[in-house]
Design a protein around this ligand. Structure first.
Ligand SMILES: Nc1nc2c(ncn2[C@@H]2O[C@H](COP(=O)(O)OP(=O)(O)O)[C@@H](O)[C@H]2O)c(=O)[nH]1
Ligand SMILES: [Mg+2]
Length: 304
């Protein structure tokens, strides 16, 4: 299967819950009336496009009807496609790999897919011949370190790991020293995400952040916030929370394959000031993609 079809497959649930619902609505409607517009709004909300963004889109749809850009239900799909396309923007935003090492800090609550994403990032960058190191700064669960260790072996990355329960900032510090002395290109730091100790977690992240930028002033070059697409609007709240503790520079939206609520990506892009940089569409090493808005919209709306 080629990359585009794999992406389409990863978005299958959202295609069913969103694109196909729009197609059904269109095929059962003869004209655009208030009832049609209400049902369209419900489809957007169900797909977790978010209240504010849905309102914005619906205002444009109503305006489009007024301006006669939308004349029949059949005009809705192409109109929505171009609306969503313009909300998502066009640019692929890559992490610049420069300086030895480029430091990527990965944050987010438990279970969203941080460690898996780090493994997948390792797989992605390894293909370009970069020397990669992981730092297991989630020291709260032994399993987290073991999981990262397995990924490190699989993608041929170095790993710095301390005992369970040790200071995460110390792991980050050691990893930075090791990465500098071993000429590592990319150092990716895993962190813990226990939300029940919210303020501690945020303090801990700030401390890790301080240590990193003390050792390398431009670092972390990237702070990726991992959000689980299946949690829909909850992901939006997490984004707000984490932005306060760390200078989040990009979002990784995982588990798009497991949800019909993939519309959350539109809400993230249009309501937060943080770009989506990667999307996760499965559990395997290759199931992480740089987020390309154009390709995403094509895959979402493709009717073949
Ligand atoms: N289906 C699917 N599962 C994922 C994806 N990313 C991560 N997972 C799964 O989510 C679970 C939690 O991932 P983990 O990396 O341990 O989360 P962490 O606690 O944030 O480090 C694991 O079972 C992963 O395989 C994804 O894009 N799609
Ligand atoms: Mg983890």
């Amino acid at each position: 299967m080629n990359l585009f079809n794999e992406l389409k497959k990863g978005l299958e649930k959202t295609r069913k819950g969103f694109t196909e619902k729009i197609e059904q609505l269109v095929s059962f409607s003869t004209k655009i009336d208030e009832e049609f517009l209400e049902e369209l709004e419900a489809v957007l909300i169900y797909a977790d496009v978010g209240l504010r963004t849905t309102e914005k889109i619906m205002n444009n749809v109503r305006q489009g009807v007024k301006d006669k850009k939308i004349n029949s239900p059949a005009d809705i799909k192409p109109f929505l496609k171009s609306e969503i396309s313009s909300l998502l923007g066009r640019d692929l935003i890559r992490t610049k790999i420069s300086g030895l090492p480029t430091v990527i800090l990965v944050v987010g609550v438990n279970g969203v897919g941080k460690t898996t994403t780090i493994g997948k990032l390792g797989q992605y960058y390894q293909r370009f011949g970069y020397k990669i190191m992981f730092a297991a700064a989630d020291t709260f669960r032994a399993a987290a370190g073991e999981q990262l260790e397995i990924w490190a072996q699989r993608v041929n990355a170095d790993i710095i790991r301390h005992e369970e329960g040790s200071d995460p900032a110390a792991v980050a510090y050691d990893a930075l020293q090791a990465a500098k002395s071993r000429n590592t290109d990319i150092l990716i730091i895993d962190t813990a995400g226990r939300l029940h100790t919210k303020s501690n977690l945020m303090e801990e992240l700030k401390k890790i952040y301080r240590i990193i930028s003390r050792e390398i002033s431009e670092a972390p070059h990237e702070t990726l916030l991992v959000l689980d697409a299946t949690t829909g609007q909850n992901a939006m709240n997490q984004a707000q929370l984490f932005s306060q503790a760390a200078n989040v520079s990009g979002v990784v939206l995982t588990k798009l394959d497991g949800t019909a609520k993939g519309g959350v990506i539109v809400a993230i892009k249009s309501e937060l000031e943080i770009p989506v940089k990667w999307i996760g569409i499965g559990e395997k090493a290759d199931d992480l993609r740089p987020f390309q808005p154009n390709e995403f919209v094509e895959a979402l709306f493709d009717d073949k």
